[in-house]
Ligand binder design. Structure first.
Ligand SMILES: C[S@@+](CC[C@H](N)C(=O)[O-])C[C@H]1O[C@@H](n2cnc3c(N)ncnc32)[C@H](O)[C@@H]1O
Length: 919
């Protein structure tokens, strides 16, 4: 493949060893591989919950291209390694890499290592892989993935838990890696012991098994009748499924005098939920079961704030180990056992209260939704029985560790097994707390397969949801239980071990990227994936994990978990959404800290080392900050390689591309250039890259983002770019210019009329529609888009774009007024609305009011363009299609209107020319 963007031969800093990434990257192979299970890294990611991760294929490509010499003959092996992890290709490439670094193995550092995907790829290549992350939770995840699986544990004594080994799964135990077998056994042992300890709180079902799960609801006292009633958002328990003749199950509340109870019935729900939107209303409200009084959400929240929420057991599901979950009303003994739990005095873990009493920092209502409902500590996020269940689990993990030490295990290995057991806590937490709701797959008409599960607490990458009705998994089997999350963890570890047949353990440490614990000039390459600007609140979202992990590991991995309180956020490089007025994690903070981090990276890099940054964000401001930070730290971009590695999220226009950016330390001898010259070079470089991207079908939205790479590569060649007035041209100018160049490169024509010949507003609107159709576009993206057309977003907001919290959407409805000064785009919108209101005559009148000639080629080109971009079923598309069909009649009516002076108070004159000419 030809390079997508790179400096020319003459531009490459001469004193630095040339690497593959300078001229080539396996973009197309990465694009494909990340969609496969192996290339996506799904199994690696399942080992530990963390909120951002690179696909394995992209991490592998970045590491290989950064370390391998610039030799075309290697490209095939790199592609094979990225595509399928081809062992013989990898072995050959390993050899080439080691020959490049005669002093020994190269050192690759990831300064934002998260769960360690990039270091893992380096470690698998037998390279010295080092990862650092500020978060102790992420650091633990990195070790579980990149360090412990690559160590040799064969000298450890056999496990002391003989019973747990006596299962079918371990029939071939001897052939399994030691770590895998021991982790599985320890997890099973912990699960069994905890079940025994909490058995009295979870009375068994008729067959002597633990029920699978329990549906709870929060109750509030009614403002009117004062009686407490439960809040449920759904009364379906299991959808029907015709194929298996399963009629499904639902529940209804039965009210008797002062109390309520639940009746489970077959079939679809017959009773409305008590927490739902009233007919015709948007927001949900609580409806009293007894007197029907309606409580708005604020009134409900206020009750939470003053401690009036109570937890009540609603229903119980049996059949944890079977596919079908059978619901029933809770028995009296079950209600007593569940609701009667009193947390009381619990023996602390070292200096920590057994129940997490750490307060949820304010400003987290968006990240930890329960904190908006009066739940103020991490311990509050579960009901009392769930809390005891977790406390006992932590105690048991620690107790098992003690026994491993007594049995002669090295402290190191006992700690590693304890760490894997502790890592089951986040996996289980994801299916616990008040955010875990009952997930009933299927349809109420019985046409889809029905399945019941515990929902994931994380509603998106890092937001913990909250529900008044939530599910609690019991100590037995079934989705969301300890045994179920153990199985998924063990399977993930198995795959990691299988796919790491060689390699050396990565070294993963907790450290801030702005103060790295390494000596100057000791690292051969920094390959990293910096925080995603405002997308993920890493530490706020993972503090729930942190509070439980530290209770388990405070003295086991003290270097990670012996700190007081929550995770330290003072140096966290993010832009915090929501937050409080004194929030320090602002945009400027992000840029300054990122610049400090890159400066640190530069310090530890050898002088001929490479910095490779993997980044993707839909907000151009995020790019501006990232690229500004790189420049500030003294790096120049030398190449950039887009890959389609992110999933599109529906509804909001999101960019799917991630760019792998090759950087070098800026040479000391850069020249000064004029803005005119650099403008020209940037435009040419971007247009050349667009031709390549077009061939590879890179979407237009993705090209906009990818264009920053070539622009930066040109801009970085000069120490200063001077504008005619003697001031410096900044980065912002070139990102805007890059976007404009993408638009120009697409040579958008409407009915053979070049886009440049339309008025600016129409140009903007047409390009926007091509890019995003009817999706909501994030605000930053919209601002840059307007900038590329020299328009101000402030002027477009309202007349052209509707604004919502999520961003802007293009208006296609009727404009508030129409006049001869209206843009072509607005005139067409008015015509579509006029068709619906009054057919041909109304359209003609609109055209006449806008003083548009019936032969106005630009007008008809926009009519056709909007029509083409909309689905046939769209009302506006239908109107425009009808207008086209009736163009002749409309034209005659417009002329008649002109002749009779109808259009505009008898003042109408049609333009002389049929062409709009815009310079
Ligand atoms: C995009 S994620 C990295 C994900 C990683 N590549 C993976 O695949 O798991 C960015 C990481 O930067 C970390 N981070 C934020 N501020 C930091 C700082 N000052 N020093 C080090 N790491 C930091 C976050 O904790 C987060 O794990």
């Amino acid at each position: 493949m030809t390079p997508r963007t790179s400096l020319g031969e003459a531009d490459a800093p001469a004193d630095m060893a040339s690497r593959l990434i300078d001229r080539w990257f396996p973009c197309a192979v990465v694009d494909k591989a990340i969609k496969t299970p192996a290339g996506s890294g799904r199994s690696e990611k399942a080992l530990f919950t963390w909120f951002a991760s690179r696909p394995i294929a992209q991490a592998r490509a970045a590491v290989l291209a950064t370390l391998l010499p610039d030799d075309n003959g290697l490209q095939q092996d790199v592609e094979a390694a990225v595509r399928s992890g081809d062992p013989s290709a990898l072995a050959r490439l390993r050899k080439v890499i080691s020959e490049q670094y005669p002093a020994g193995r190269p050192v690759v550092l990831d300064v934002f290592s998260g769960r360690g995907i990039i270091p893992l790829e380096a470690a698998r290549l037998g390279i010295t892989a080092v990862g650092t992350d500020l978060s102790p939770v992420a650091t633990l995840g990195g070790r579980l993935l990149t360090d412990y699986p690559l160590r040799d544990w064969s000298a450890e004594p056999p496990l002391p838990f003989v019973d747990a080994l006596d299962t079918d799964q371990t029939l071939f135990a001897d052939q399994e890696p030691r770590l895998l077998r021991d982790v599985r056994t320890v997890l099973a042992e912990v699960g069994q012991r905890v079940a025994d300890k909490v058995a009295s709180l979870f009375p068994k079902d008729a067959t002597g098994s633990f029920p699978w799960a329990y549906l709870w609801a929060v109750t509030i006292p009614c403002d009117q009748c004062k009686r407490p009633f439960p809040l449920v958002g759904n009364t379906t328990l299991r959808h029907p499924y015709k194929k298996t003749k399963d009629s499904g199950q639902s529940f209804r509340f039965i009210v008797e005098d002062e109390s309520w109870h639940v009746e489970i019935h077959d079939g679809v729900a017959t009773q409305a939920p008590t927490f739902a939107a009233a007919p015709g209303k948007k927001g949900k409200s609580a409806h009293c079961l007894f007197c029907g009084h309606v409580h708005g959400l604020d009134a409900v929240k206020a009750k939470g704030a003053i401690g009036e929420f109570q937890d009540a057991l609603v229903a119980v599901a049996d059949g944890g180990d079977t596919p079908k979950k059978e619901w029933r009303s809770p028995r009296v003994d079950e209600i007593a056992a569940a609701e009667g739990v009193v947390l009381g005095e619990q023996e602390p873990f070292g200096g920590l209260t057994a129940v997490p009493s750490e307060r949820i920092p304010s400003g987290n209502q968006d990240t930890i939704r329960a904190s908006a409902y009066g739940y103020s500590t991490y311990g509050d996020l579960m009901n009392a029985r769930q809390t005891i269940h977790f406390v006992e689990t932590v105690r048991t993990i620690r107790e098992v560790r003690e026994e491993l030490l007594v049995a002669g295990y090295s402290e190191n290995y006992a700690n590693v097994l304890t760490a894997y057991a502790a890592a089951n806590l986040p996996r289980k937490l994801r299916r616990a707390t008040r955010g875990a709701k009952l997930l009933s797959h299927g349809e109420s008409n019985g046409t889809k397969q029905n399945r019941v599960q515990v929902g994931d607490v994380f509603s998106d990458e890092s937001k913990q949801s909250f529900n008044f009705d939530y599910l609690e998994a019991g100590p037995g089997g079934g989705p969301g239980t300890w045994s179920s999350v153990s199985t998924s963890g063990v399977n993930a570890l198995k795959k990691v071990l299988e796919e790491s047949p060689f390699g050396i353990p990565g070294r993963i440490r907790k450290a801030s990227a702005v103060a790295l614990p390494f000596r100057d000039g000791t690292v051969d390459a920094v390959v990293t994936d910096p925080p995603y600007y405002n997308m993920i609140d890493y530490s706020d979202a993972s503090d729930l994990f942190h509070v439980w992990l530290k209770r388990c590991l405070y003295d086991v991995l003290p270097e990670l978990f012996d700190d007081d309180g929550l995770q330290d956020k003072s140096e966290e490089i993010i832009v915090k959404r929501g937050g409080t007025t004194d929030e320090h994690r602002t945009r400027d903070f992000y840029e300054q800290m990122l610049s400090r981090a890159f400066t640190e990276a530069r310090r530890v890099l050898r002088s001929d080392g490479h910095l490779v940054v993997v980044f993707g964000h839909s907000d151009p401001d995020a790019w501006l900050r990232l690229l500004g930070a790189l420049q500030e730290a003294g790096f120049v971009v030398t190449s950039s390689w887009p890959s389609r590695s992110e999933n599109a999220s529906t509804g909001v226009a999101s960019i799917k591309v991630t760019v792998t950016i090759g950087c070098r330390v800026a040479p000391s001898t850069l020249s000064v250039a004029t803005a005119a010259q650099v403008d020209r070079e940037v435009t040419e470089a971007v247009k050349a890259a667009c031709r390549e991207w077009d061939r590879e079908d890179l979407a237009l939205t993705d090209q906009l983002m990818a264009s920053y790479g070539p622009a930066m590569a040109v801009y970085g060649r000069y120490s200063t770019v001077l504008k005619p007035d003697g001031t410096r041209a900044d980065l912002d100018r070139y990102l805007t210019l890059a976007r404009a160049a993408v638009r120009d490169a697409t040579a958008l024509r409407l009915d053979e009329l070049p886009l440049e010949t339309f008025d600016a507003t129409t140009r903007f609107a047409v390009f926007w529609q091509r890019l995003y159709a009817r999706a909501v576009v994030p605000k930053g993206e919209a601002r840059f888009q307007a900038q590329a057309d020299n328009l101000r977003l402030e002027d477009l907001r309202g007349p052209l774009l509707t604004e919502s919290k999520a961003g802007f959407r293009l208006r296609l409805d009727q404009p508030t007024q129409i006049s001869p000064r209206s843009s072509t785009f607005e005139t067409v919108r008015a015509m579509a609305a006029a068709w619906d209101a009054g057919g041909t005559e109304a359209v003609a009148e609109t055209m006449a009011t806008a003083e548009r000639n019936p032969n106005d080629a630009h007008l008809w080109a926009v009519v056709a363009e909007i029509n083409r971009q909309l689905p046939d079923s769209d009302q506006i598309a239908k109107a425009l299609a009808a207008i086209v069909r009736n163009a002749g009649t409309i034209g005659n009516l417009v002329y008649r209107a002109a002749e009779t002076g109808l259009g505009k108070d008898g003042q109408l004159t049609l333009p002389e020319t049929t062409e709009e000419i815009y310079p």
